[in-house]
Design a binder for this molecule. Structure first.
Ligand SMILES: *Cc1c(COP(=O)(O)O)cnc(C)c1O
Length: 439
């Protein structure tokens, strides 16, 4: 089926087919040091492109509002069972179209508009859907933010103080740009001190959690949410998990898992995406393989090595290192904005993204920081020793450019081409899983 679809695409729409094919080569030839992505295995992509996409059925396995869900029921049950197994959870919902949808579901299920939410603020590494002003979550809820201490670590004492002062109904722990391990048990204690629910958002570290490389919050939080593409090698999408507290009574006395089922559908979504759920099932099966655990260990070891190698070259590494896949740099301390760093690196074939950092004085599209991650380098087979090469290439770009403004810099074509060829050489040594599929 896939082969036929691909042949038809080439025959009937070569413009689109060529663009998709170029993307494969592009990913293979780029040194991806972003923290927010992983490579989906070819079998995951195949499941995502299957004819199950044509099944339209609201509801859940065995209780659909439409006919024709025989296979879909089986696939969704598989995905749920695999999600529970991967995270040692008692409950899983695999229908959220994204982690943003998953978070909206949780907030709108457990809270009434105007209720108070306590979460990490955006500049400290939090996420939009944790109540940022620009998000619908900031518009409907009364949001109080905790931040980081002077060393860049989550300030749990501040969170505890703010909880007592503002008595939130929900506390969120979890971040998009945070290189350390939150104290999940402390956050549960903070939540319990005011009778709040605890939501753990593990979007960024889900792979490390599943592999046991990062502590699991699943039994400590009431509810855990995640994306499936960031570190799980899955399709674009989200999941909702619950551990020990899955059947604890919610605000109206109904068990949490029942509230969450209704919270996804019909409260916040319509039909689920069957082929994405098939791809989640496939990715979660891979999560259970020993290779996944080995890769997760390499992700964390690589990030630690990358932090050391960048620090050695004089780059200010926030918190002085990392315990997960993320390395955060304060590039502006060396006169380079996040925007300049990101653009210059991209022009040389390296992807890492600009990121606001604590106390940032630059706007969101400029920023003072750079976020790097090691998910994909580990998936490509790079190990700790190879991180020195990666840090060397990043350093080479950032020390060769001459910044001329917040978004502008000079880099000669000769220097750029010379760095690009070195990047290409590293990429050739560590091909992606898609390499043999290239034309
Ligand atoms: C990326 C991210 C999300 C949103 O995930 P999407 O699946 O892209 O909607 C939510 N929470 C955190 C912490 C994230 O980093």
């Amino acid at each position: 089926m896939q082969a036929r679809g691909s042949q038809e695409l080439w025959a009937e729409d070569p413009e689109l087919a060529a663009a998709l094919d170029r993307e494969v080569a592009y990913q293979d030839d780029t040194l991806q040091l972003v923290a927010h992505a992983s490579l989906a295995a070819p079998s995951v992509l195949s499941a995502a492109g299957s004819a199950l996409a044509n099944a339209t059925a609201e509801g859940y396995p065995g209780a659909r509002y439409h006919p024709g869900a025989v296979q879909f029921d089986q696939v969704e049950r598989l995905a749920v069972e695999r999600a529970k197994a991967a995270f040692r959870a008692r409950y899983a919902n695999v229908q959220p179209h994204s982690c943003s949808s998953a978070n909206l579901t949780v907030l709108f299920t457990l809270l009434a508009p105007g209720d108070t939410v306590l979460s990490l603020d955006l500049d400290s590494g939090g996420h939009l859907t944790h109540g940022a002003a620009a998000s619908v979550t900031g518009r409907y809820f009364d949001v109080v933010h905790y931040g980081l201490d002077a060393d860049g670590y989550i300030d749990e004492d501040q969170a505890a103080r703010l909880a007592l002062e503002h008595r939130p109904r929900l506390v969120v722990v979890g971040a998009s740009a945070y290189p350390r391990t939150p104290d999940y048990a402390r956050f549960r204690a903070i939540s319990d001190s005011v009778g709040a629910y605890l939501l753990a958002d593990i979007s960024h570290v889900a792979g490390l959690v599943a592999a046991g490389v990062h502590p699991s919050p699943v039994d400590l939080a009431h509810i855990t949410t995640s994306s499936t593409y960031k570190q799980l090698g899955g399709p674009r999408g989200g999941i909702i998990l619950s551990g020990r507290d899955f059947d604890r009574p919610g605000p109206d006395g109904t068990p949490l898992y029942r509230l969450l089922q209704r919270g996804v559908f019909p409260l916040s979504q319509g039909t689920p995406n069957p082929s994405a759920i098939a791809a989640k099932a496939r990715a979660l099966a891979l999560v259970a393989q020993p290779e996944f655990t080995a890769t997760a260990k390499a992700i964390a070891a690589n990030a630690a090595a990358l932090a050391v190698a960048l620090d050695k070259r004089g780059w200010p590494v926030l918190t002085g290192g990392t315990e997960n896949h993320t390395v955060l740099l304060d590039t502006y301390r060396r006169g380079i904005t996040g925007a300049v760093a990101e653009t210059a690196l991209e022009s040389c074939g390296i992807h890492a993204n600009k990121n606001r950092i604590r106390g940032d004085t630059k706007p969101p599209l400029v920023t003072s920081g750079l976020r790097l991650g090691t998910n994909i380098t580990a998936q490509r087979g790079m190990r700790e020793d190879d991180m020195d090469d990666c840090a060397g290439l990043v350093d080479r770009v950032l020390t060769t450019i001459r910044p001329t403004g917040d978004r502008t810099y000079d880099l000669t074509a000769r220097d750029r081409d010379e760095i690009r060829s070195r990047v290409a050489e590293v990429c050739r040594r560590f091909p992606t899983v898609y390499h043999d599929r290239r034309a």
